[in-house]
Write a protein that binds this ligand. Structure first.
Ligand SMILES: [Zn+2]
Ligand SMILES: [Zn+2]
Length: 139
């Protein structure tokens, strides 16, 4: 599956060949700052997926935190487009995907850190902290 996405102003566009995986919504305080809302909506690149910028990469700003994790955002409109690890794109923000990303949120994570005004609805699993390690196949 090929997924495309772009920022709010359209200056930056990307393509992911091979699809996305592990879509989740993180309610930690850092994600709230990045997304300016209750939580993130983020998916990793699937195994073997290939990410590339198709327009405006020169307009991308990279913020790298102390841990080596970071994000890329549009210097014009501020949209957060991707997650970075050691300079490489490791996933995309679901809100910047055009149309159906081929994945749905499968977990709320770091719900113990959620904002006092955050009300989490829905039936997908909630985790106090991060996703459990590789539980696939064992449940
Ligand atoms: Zn933009
Ligand atoms: Zn988070």
């Amino acid at each position: 599956m090929t997924v495309t996405g772009e920022c709010f102003c359209g200056a930056i566009q990307y393509q992911v060949r091979g699809g996305l995986a592990n879509a989740r919504s993180c309610h930690c305080s850092r994600c709230r700052k990045v997304f300016g809302g209750a939580a993130s909506a983020f998916a990793e690149l699937a195994d073997l997926a290939v990410f590339r910028w198709t327009r405006g990469e020169q307009n991308l700003r990279r913020y790298i935190g102390a841990s080596g994790w970071g994000l890329g955002f549009c210097r014009t409109c501020g949209s957060a487009l991707c997650g970075l690890h050691r300079g490489k794109v490791v996933g995309v923000t679901l809100g910047t995907v055009n149309g159906d990303p081929g994945v749905e949120l499968t977990a709320h994570i770091y719900v113990n850190s959620r904002a006092p005004w955050d009300h989490i609805d829905g039936t997908i699993p909630r985790y106090a902290e991060g996703l459990p390690e590789q539980s696939q196949g064992s449940d």
